[in-house]
Design a protein around this ligand. Structure first.
Ligand code: ADP
Length: 638
């Protein structure tokens, strides 16, 4: 019998036992019946059977019903216990109820037994279910209270009704401070009104909102939370509460942003390194190209004396350029290694600056630029105790840049004495620098234009060297600049006044001429004059007409308007690089032969050269033999 209840009957009188058994049967109770007529059997049944209810006589020969009751209540407190007795008086009945009996049925009223048993079983089951439910509720509330997440329950208007322990420890508020308050107590003002509106409309419509908050603790400290907020419904699907489960993700956020920052830094330095290698490679190969090429010519005995002089000057100029790049790299390496020391010497400032004017005057004149020195105290001796070499180097770097980035107008430099500092300036009317680059350009290898089409040479080291030196000398460097209007760099060094002596007068000024060539059937696209001259010289013995383009746009135009047989295309050119120019030329002259000539020589560069549509390439420094043989091959094909 599957649903039968197990009844243990403590009764010494067998006739009474049979009577009780038959009354239970007639009450249609499904049961298994166990009869015990002494204490030992009684205990043994309780131990070995899962008894559901006990019926007990009150008086037994050597065991009392009350004793049995007390023992049962001790060991099986929720087991229903009904006295079934003919001799039990009212007093004993009341005492038994006090001792925990469920009921009592007198033998002269045995027809009540069925309903008494049924009721006792039902009540026992209900009690059991209630206890189970309470246990479950306790378990859930412990889980919520002790959860490692912050859990918040609000009423349907959003007022906090419950906050678990984690909420209190995370936010620093006490339960009293939170209950009845609105969760906006945590708001840092970082989450927009629109986001809150979205949140409310989501949860009011019965959906879950998930997102992140930057919240504020009681002590003002900010912290990040990942939250999911959902409505709690009653049995009629009416929203009665909202439940927020939140995780503190401050550490995670910090870690993520640190990781992103270091990834960006790594990518940035990788980019800078690549761009540095490309630039350095180009900056070194360009003068090398001229040195190697023109030196070869210098060995030719039939070279005319004036050409020999011109080529020798190019070799010398290119060697100086090369040396200055190598010096820059070495200087940076020394600064980086912390090996650079200040060597103090006493020198006269106006004299030093006048010598610099002489150094740059010629170049400025060639560029048609007015170059002036504006000393603060002309004619007076300004004796300075500083590192003269480093000061000259700083000014050199700034003036070289000013000359490089100024096409026309003026460059002036000088200083003024302010308290215990000398404030230098180098001002130009050049291309200027956008405000967002004012800090950037002092970083190593940083250039405003870093693409292949950049119009100006340079390694991107000059300003970082200048800045490092200014700092070493105990000063600061900054600039004022506006794109299109010009730039003024300032820097200070400490000044300790010393005895005076006279200085020479300073006299600036200038002018310059740009050379052009007339084009014919071989187009040389090349922005560097020395490289172009070298190519022209290399090809001078051959019957080839030469045209020149100084940038990619010109190269395309010349090809469009002239009959060209072959193009020698430089890759790094201003305005439009050689890749783009070749692609555009291919658009209207698919058969034209193009040989790239480049100082960029990695495998990727070569792939890009062919992908752009070049037929061949020749690397710099150029070799006359290779150049001539490659030109011959291409001309024979055309
Ligand atoms: P480099 O001149 O070799 O590129 P620098 O460190 O000297 O390197 O300068 C970094 C960049 O700052 C330059 O590439 C250029 O973009 C910008 N810059 C420096 N000086 C000037 C200036 N006087 N006018 C305009 N831009 C300048």
């Amino acid at each position: 019998m599957k649903n039968a209840i197990k009844i243990l009957h403590l009764e010494d009188n067998h006739t009474d036992a049979i009577l009780v058994h038959s009354i239970l049967e007639s009450a249609k109770i499904q049961f298994e019946y166990f009869l015990a007529d002494n204490e030992e059997t009684f205990h043994s049944y309780l131990k070995n059977q899962k008894i559901d209810i006990i019926l007990s006589d009150y008086h037994l020969p050597d065991y009392r019903g009350n004793e049995a009751l007390i023992w049962v209540k001790n060991y099986y407190p929720r087991l229903p216990f009904i006295f079934v007795s003919g001799t039990m008086g009212e007093e004993a009945a009341i005492e038994s109820l006090i001792n925990g009996a469920t009921d009592y049925v007198l033998k002269n009223n045995l027809e009540r037994l069925g309903s008494a048993v049924n009721r006792a079983i039902r009540e026992a089951k209900e009690l059991q279910a209630r206890l189970e439910a309470e246990k479950q509720v306790l378990k859930l509330s412990r889980a919520v209270e002790q959860s490692p997440n912050s859990i918040l329950i609000t009423d349907s208007d959003g007022n906090i009704e419950y906050a678990n322990l984690n909420t209190l420890t995370t936010t620093g508020y006490s339960s009293n401070e939170l209950i009845g308050n609105n969760p906006r107590i945590f708001s840092s003002g970082e989450t927009s009104k629109e986001e809150y509106a979205r949140l409310w409309s989501t949860i009011k419509s019965g959906y879950i909102w998930r997102g992140e908050f930057l919240n504020k603790k009681k002590n003002g400290e900010l912290y990040w939370e990942n939250a999911s907020i959902s409505p709690l419904m009653d049995s009629k699907d009416k929203i009665i509460n909202y439940l927020a489960i939140k995780t503190d993700i401050t550490e995670y956020k910090k870690l993520t942003s640190d990781l992103i920052a270091s990834k960006e830094k790594a990518e940035e330095s990788d980019r800078l390194k690549t761009s540095f290698l490309n630039n350095i490679s180009h900056e070194i190969r360009t003068p090398m190209n001229a040195i190697v090429g023109f030196s070869e010519f210098l060995t030719e005995p039939e070279l005319l004396p004036e050409k020999r002089k011109e080529y020798a000057e190019i070799v010398i100029q290119s060697s100086k350029q090369l040396l200055s790049i190598i010096t820059d790299i070495i200087e940076i390496a020394e600064i980086e290694a912390g090996q650079d020391k200040v060597h103090l010497t006493v020198f006269e400032l106006n004299e030093t600056l006048s010598l610099m004017v002489e150094q740059f005057q010629l170049k400025a004149e060639k560029q048609n630029i007015l170059f002036t020195l504006k000393p603060a105290v002309p004619g007076e001796a300004i004796i300075v105790n500083s590192d003269q070499t480093k000061l000259i180097q700083i000014l050199n770097n700034l003036i070289i840049n000013a000359l490089k980035f100024t096409k026309h107008g003026r460059i002036s430099f000088g200083y003024s004495i302010k308290d215990n500092n000398i404030e230098f300036f180098v001002q130009d009317t050049g291309i200027g620098i956008a405000a967002d680059m004012h800090d950037e350009i002092f970083k190593r290898f940083r250039q405003v234009e870093s693409s292949l089409a950049r119009r100006f040479g340079g390694s991107g080291l000059g300003l970082s060297i200048a800045k490092a030196y200014v700092n070493l000398l105990g000063g600061t460097i900054w600039l004022e600049s506006e794109p299109g209007k010009g730039t003024c760099f300032y820097f200070t060094i400490p000044y300790n006044k010393a005895p005076e002596r006279s200085v020479p007068e300073i006299n600036p000024d200038t002018s310059l001429q740009i050379e052009t060539e007339l084009p014919k059937t071989l187009l040389i696209a090349e922005d560097e004059d020395s490289n172009f001259m070298l190519l022209k010289a290399m090809l001078s013995a051959y019957k080839i007409n030469i045209l020149r383009a100084v940038n990619g746009i010109q190269a395309v135009e010349i090809c469009r308007n002239n009959k060209i047989d072959l193009v020698l295309m430089d890759i790094k050119m201003p305005l439009m690089d050689g890749y783009e120019a070749t692609k555009q030329i291919r658009g209207f002259l698919p058969e034209l032969h193009v040989i790239a000539q480049t100082a960029y020589s990695t495998n990727t560069d070569k792939e890009k050269i062919f992908a752009a549509g070049c037929n061949d390439y020749i690397g710099k420094p150029l070799s006359k033999e290779i150049l001539v043989s490659k030109i011959k091959v291409q001309l024979e094909k055309s």
